[in-house]
Design a protein around this ligand. Structure first.
Ligand code: NPW
Ligand code: ADP
Ligand code: K
Length: 514
């Protein structure tokens, strides 16, 4: 399991750890890891560290201190290191002194000359270096092999400020590699929101633990690859993180496996109420997902029975609607439902009577009565994409995409349901506020193809029927679906039915002993 902790939790853990270490030791651990990562990047880009050109963008806090100490290490290995001080009067004094001792230089980009000695944090005071105008700073960035973003880390609030934003843009546009220290500056660490200009990094070197912004878009897209440097924080972090991402081993443990005693009913039966005369394909695709999700049988109740049977003769098709479909352990309703509110209401009623979980997707999200959903006693799983989530919340789609974590949590609370919010970062929020939100690490934009969501609802519904909790069914379903999307596409467009067909191979991979 990969975890991400909020800034408040990270700070509390750091306080505990720092109290047990000599002053500055933690920053040295961070800087050592950062310098090693930068040296690797330089090795790949410039062929070597010696003689390469490194520019440090240095803000007023400890994030800038990390960059300066790492810069000092690179300078000792022969790199030409220049620190561009964005707040020269509050720069980390110890870090600046270390850089200078190692032969690095520094320039200050203040509108006016710096006032007094540079000696913000870090004890040692140092006289400020020469002042560089914006043009000189831009020239340095353009000529760099590597730009290190030490503008701001977990202490950041809001987007980049004046002065830093143009340099970050130049860095992104230049041929230089950009390495962000702890977080790409300008993103909101706890939410993954990006409300103003922010650094775009090729690599983010983060310390102690992941922060939510490194796992959730749009911030995640600014981070590039992420490397975690161990600074000894783990013993001081609480058991419950803010976010967690399942890994292969977690999914392997959760995937259902038939035992010697199993029969098709004991493995769980999933009911699919999907499709309409206009959208029969949604029914076929949801069934395609369901057949590969571990349930022992798939019942289909709806108007697309003929199309379903033509493709999947193993489906138990009923013409009499959900009430007459026979017993199931979970229902999926909504894909391709059009305006059939009656079927959605019937599934909710039948599932309430039988006390079985319901997954509501697509049109079903619009058609389901909110109070009927809120008052359910068995689990409910809602699987909206950003547009559907926006409609349920009464906000613009762009707002959901900008604040995915907030939207998923809010929906889970309003509907008292588990919510799987699909898209660039798929999130699973639980109606219980006391468990971490799950984030799916396997997604791929190749999945953005018509009908792939229908496959996911069938797959996750099948996992529900096989006995997984709504939270596990959603996160395991998204994980397997993401990998199936990757496998089906393998660099070329794939259709939704290809994604369903790739599920068994992915399942075998995930459960194969390593
Ligand atoms: N603690 C530890 O044990 C360890 C911490 N470590 C490192 O320390 C980092 C945290 O350091 P930190 O607390 O000094 O905060 P930091 O992120 O440098 O920013 C605060 C400064 O930025 C400013 N500022 C705010 N917003 C801004 C913006 N949008 N644009 C520009 N400036 C902005 C703000 O100024 P103000 O708002 O007061 O004007 C304030 O002066 C952490 O991410 C990690 O890298 C590692 O060494 C490992 C050990
Ligand atoms: N940019 C993206 N990156 C990763 N996954 C994506 C992206 N866009 C869409 N997806 C995934 O593709 C699937 C599309 O589902 P959905 O929007 O419901 O499509 P449909 O209704 O056509 O079936 C979801 O699993 C979603 O998470
Ligand atoms: K940073």
């Amino acid at each position: 399991m990969r975890s991400a902790y909020s800034v408040e939790t990270v700070r509390a853990a750091e306080r505990e750890l720092m109290a047990r270490l000599p002053e500055g030791a933690l920053m040295q651990r961070a800087a050592a890891g950062l310098a090693a990562a930068c040296a690797q990047v330089l090795g790949r880009r410039a062929g070597r560290v010696y003689g390469s050109r490194v520019v440090l963008l240095v803000g007023s806090g400890d994030n800038g201190g990390d960059a300066l100490f790492a810069g000092a290490r690179l300078a000792r290995r022969g790199a030409g290191v220049t620190a561009v001080l964005l707040s020269p009067d509050r720069v980390h004094g110890g870090g600046l002194a270390a850089l200078r001792r190692a032969g690095g230089r520094d320039v200050s980009v203040a509108a006016g000359a710096p006032s007094g000695g540079a000696g913000g944090a870090g004890g040692e005071a140092a006289r400020p270096g020469p002042v560089a105008g914006p043009d000189e700073a831009a020239r340095l960035v353009r000529a760099a092999d590597l730009v290190v973003d030490g503008i701001v880390g977990i202490g950041g609030r809001g987007g980049l400020r004046e002065g830093a934003a143009p340099l970050a843009e130049l860095a992104a546009a230049s041929g230089a590699a950009v390495v962000a220290v702890d977080l790409p500056s300008g993103v909101e660490a706890d939410t993954g929101e990006v409300r103003g200009p922010a650094v775009r990094a090729d690599l983010t070197v983060t310390f102690g633990t992941h922060k939510p912004a490194l796992l959730v878009d749009p911030a995640r897209a600014h981070a590039g690859a992420v490397r975690l440097v161990d600074i000894g924080l783990d013993p001081w972090l609480p058991e419950r993180p803010e976010l967690e991402a399942l890994q292969h081993a977690d999914v392997a443990r959760l995937l259902p496996r038939p035992g010697a005693e199993s029969d098709k009913y004991r493995r769980g039966v999933v009911g699919i109420a999907a499709g309409s005369a206009r959208y029969p394909g949604a029914a076929v695709l949801a069934v395609a997902g369901a057949l590969r999700g571990g349930a022992g049988a798939v019942r289909y109740a709806g108007p697309a029975g003929r199309a379903v049977l033509a493709r999947y003769p193993e489906t138990l098709v009923s013409d009499g609607g959900p009430r007459r479909a026979g017993r199931v352990q979970a229902w999926v309703v909504g894909p391709g439902a059009g305006d059939d509110a009656e079927t959605v209401a019937e599934v909710l009623a039948v599932a309430d009577e039988a006390r079985v979980p319901v997954l509501i997707d697509a049109d079903g999200l619009r058609l389901a009565d909110r109070d009927a959903v809120r008052s359910r006693t068995a689990p409910t799983l809602l699987t909206p994409h950003a547009g559907e989530a926006a409609a349920l919340l009464g906000v613009d789609r762009a707002e959901v995409e900008a604040a995915r974590l907030t939207a998923a949590r809010e929906l889970a609370e309003r509907y008292r349901a588990t919510v799987l919010l699909k898209g660039t970062t798929t999130l699973v929020a639980s109606p219980r506020g006391d468990v971490p939100v799950r984030v799916n690490p396997t997604g791929t934009p190749w999945l953005a193809t018509a009908g792939s969501g229908d496959v996911l609802s069938g797959l996750a519904g099948s996992l529900l029927a096989a006995g997984l909790s709504a939270r596990d069914a959603a996160s395991v379903g998204a994980y397997v679906h993401g990998l199936a999307g990757r496998r089906a596409a393998a660099g070329a467009p794939a259709a939704a039915h290809d994604v369903a067909e790739a599920v068994p191979e992915v399942w075998r991979d995930v459960t194969a002993p390593s």
